[in-house]
Design a protein around this ligand. Structure first.
Ligand SMILES: Cc1cc2nc3c(=O)[nH]c(=O)nc-3n(C[C@H](O)[C@H](O)[C@H](O)COP(=O)(O)O)c2cc1C
Length: 243
């Protein structure tokens, strides 16, 4: 199957609201695009995401109703639910540390290069400090601490519970877009949806309390009328600021 170039895929991708029921999609290609989505960059390479590929028609029907019966959900052949797993931060830190151990070995501190020391300290000290919180209280303490230090030098400020949620959703959003562009490259269509009952979807997918729904993506092949008109964008000069 020939694939579009990145520029062509960007141009081709539209939020498709009606998919063609007569044009099936290949589940393995959707899976490949999800695999490509995991190559998206993520904050500190924490990869605090999970992708639920919905192919079961019964499960899909439930998600359709949780997406308020939107056409983009109702007519989709398959769906992908992008989930933020900020709650897995300890596990992801450990995976990064295991990876570093594999790359650098398990040398004593005195034999470690500067880069190795930095990378290991980053995941064993800085990341736990950044992600740890207790009822949001520690986040505020960190925030105030950095605010005071920030009076004298540039500091990282996204340390409160709400900031960390944004951090995790940002990376999941990049993965979602990577997925949609990957699909477009195959001539497959998608529609990102945040209009959904996220609590019901969480329960259906048996997700733990700490997981959050980033978006639901309907997948299929467009009907011409499934694209609602010409693309509308704010004039580029209004959003492009060259300094
Ligand atoms: C985070 C996000 C949530 C969205 N939620 C919905 C949605 O619930 N229903 C829908 O029909 N479109 C949804 N959209 C699609 C946007 O409306 C669409 O991307 C926008 O109108 C631009 O059109 P285009 O993607 O075809 O260029 C969403 C898009 C994003 C990025």
């Amino acid at each position: 199957m020939t694939q579009k170039t990145v520029s062509d895929a960007i141009q081709y991708r539209r939020a498709v609201r009606t998919f063609d029921p007569c044009k099936p999609i290949d589940t393995t290609i959707v899976r490949t695009c999800i695999e490509q989505a995991t190559l998206a960059p993520s904050s500190s390479n924490m990869q605090l995401w999970a992708f639920y590929h919905i192919v079961n028609q019964e499960v899909k029907a439930k998600i359709v109703s949780y997406c308020f019966d939107q056409s983009a959900a109702k007519t989709a052949n398959e769906m992908v639910v992008v989930v933020v797993r900020k709650d897995l931060w300890r596990k992801r830190i450990q995976s990064n540390l295991n990876y570093l151990k594999k790359v650098y070995g398990d040398k004593p501190l005195s034999e470690q290069s500067g880069r190795e020391k930095f990378a290991k300290a980053y995941y064993s000290k800085l990341m736990p400090f950044t992600y740890f919180d207790f009822l949001g209280i520690f986040g505020w303490i960190k925030y105030l601490l950095f605010f005071i230090i920030g009076l004298f030098r540039p500091v990282y400020r996204e340390v409160r519970h709400k900031d960390m949620r944004v951090v995790a959703h940002k990376s999941a959003g990049l993965a979602a877009q990577t997925f949609m562009l990957g699909m477009a490259a195959y001539g497959y269509d998608t529609c990102p949806m945040e209009g959904s009952d996220t609590l019901r979807i969480k329960r259906l997918l048996k997700l733990p309390y700490g997981a959050e729904i980033n978006m639901v993506i309907g997948c299929g092949i467009r009907k011409p009328e499934g694209v609602y008109g010409e693309r509308f964008r704010i004039p580029f000069d209004e959003v492009y600021k060259k300094w």
